[in-house]
Design a protein around this ligand. Structure first.
Ligand code: GDP
Ligand code: MN
Length: 380
């Protein structure tokens, strides 16, 4: 689960990580009065959206007079950043930047511990740094039994600074960030940039945190901050119907029974150079009610150009499944082509039932997948 920068900054402040105070606004007028309330010359206006790269997209702007504040906040509030409309903006005192650094803590699955990363190439796209100059990112595994004792955080801080005053400041920030990370069950806590100001203070100018969804049950304060995206709403809706659904963004809507078969189906679609719209495991039995629900879910996605139904009839017999599918299509009107592959118990009978319908029936998984991909690419 993601949270906004301003929410992460509240957490930072509570844990003693230096941040500038902010005022949250929803309209340009609110921004203008926030500007006079802050009573500083130069401010930064920052779009609050649950995605990165706001700076590049025009969502971060400096301003130093009321007119600028007005026009620039209007511009930001009219933006869409990676398709997400900006509905909130924070106004905060601008800092004078001497240098930008990068600092983060993530869960490292390989070492089963938290990984601390820092770099003097802050501010810019860290993925780019990791790609082109990986040696400029310093990584330290945090021993879960030891946490962040002084000797460790100082050793780490010396990779960026030699001045002991800055080492001590950074050392304190690392300890606080780690405590916050652990106590909130975070999966990422990132400061990019961590700024060194003209008067030699370290300040978190940006704040990004994500949390482990599986731990939200014991993090009620964090869970309260959840703002589901349209996709997440759909995923939750699917979960409540007993499906396991993940939106993937491609054109082939997939309906599969069993997680393993669903994953194999995604793999095969990719292999034939297509793109799955989703992962959908409709679970063991496949009655018509389930097929109707699943189909409705898939067809809600405007990107879906073809539906691929891949069912293994084990305990449920393929002829029952075929009847379920036919009944489902009596209830649902759609022009979207549908490819069906049934295998397992009574598969011949199942396929025979579908033969006179407008559904495309394939015998094998690769045949079905290739057909679905060709339809999605308009080469069929
Ligand atoms: P992001 O693009 O979504 O990561 O947003 P950031 O909050 O990281 O801001 C992007 C960039 O804007 C930073 O790397 C800085 O260069 C610049 N910026 C942000 N806040 C300030 C500020 O207070 N003063 C100055 N001079 N630049 C800032
Ligand atoms: Mn940033």
């Amino acid at each position: 689960m993601k949270i906004h920068e301003y929410q992460a900054k509240d957490l930072f402040a509570a844990y003693g990580i230096p941040v500038k105070s902010y005022i949250l606004c929803r309209t340009p007028d609110e921004v203008v009065s926030a500007y006079s309330q802050l009573n500083v010359n130069k401010v930064v206006l920052k779009a609050q959206v649950l995605t990165g790269g706001r700076g590049k997209a025009g969502g971060i702007k400096l301003a130093d007079n009321p007119q600028e504040v007005q026009t620039r906040s209007e511009a930001i509030l009219n933006l869409k950043i990676k398709d997400i409309p900006v509905d909130r903006i924070i106004v905060t005192e601008a800092v004078d930047i001497k240098k930008e650094y990068y600092l983060s803590i993530v869960v490292d699955r390989n070492t089963k511990s938290a990984l601390l990363m820092l770099s003097s190439d802050g501010g810019i796209d860290i993925e780019e740094v990791a790609h082109s100059t990986p040696e400029r990112i310093h990584k330290f595994q945090i021993d879960p039994m030891l946490g962040t004792p002084d000797f460790f955080t100082r050793k780490v801080a010396f990779t960026l600074f030699s001045d002991i005053k800055l080492v001590n400041q950074l050392s304190h920030i690392i300890k606080s960030l780690y405590m916050l990370f652990i106590e909130t069950d975070a999966s990422l806590a990132e400061i990019n940039p961590l700024v060194l100001t003209d008067d030699d203070k370290l300040i978190a100018v940006d704040a990004k945190m994500t949390f482990d969804d599986n731990a939200l049950f014991r993090q009620p304060k964090i869970a309260e901050l959840f703002e589901p995206t349209e996709e997440e709403k759909k995923e939750r809706d699917a979960k409540s119907k007993g499906f396991s659904y993940v939106h993937l963004g491609g054109e082939i809507g997939c309906m599969v029974n069993g997680a393993g078969l669903a994953m194999a189906t995604m793999d095969l679609i990719k292999r034939y150079r297509g793109n799955p719209a989703n992962f959908l495991d409709i679970g063991g039995s496949s009655n018509s009610e389930k097929v109707v629900q699943a189909l409705k879910l898939l067809l809600k996605d405007d990107d879906v150009k073809v539906v691929l139904i891949n069912i293994f009839g084990g305990i449920t017999r393929c002829d029952d499944v075929a009847n379920g599918i036919l009944q489902a299509f009596e209830q649902i009107e759609t022009d979207i082509p549908v490819v069906v592959r049934l295998t397992g118990t009574n598969e011949e009978a199942g396929r025979a039932l579908l033969r006179d319908s407008k559904l495309y029936v394939a015998n094998t998984m690769s045949e079905a997948t290739r057909l679905a991909v060709n339809i999605s690419l308009k080469t069929y």
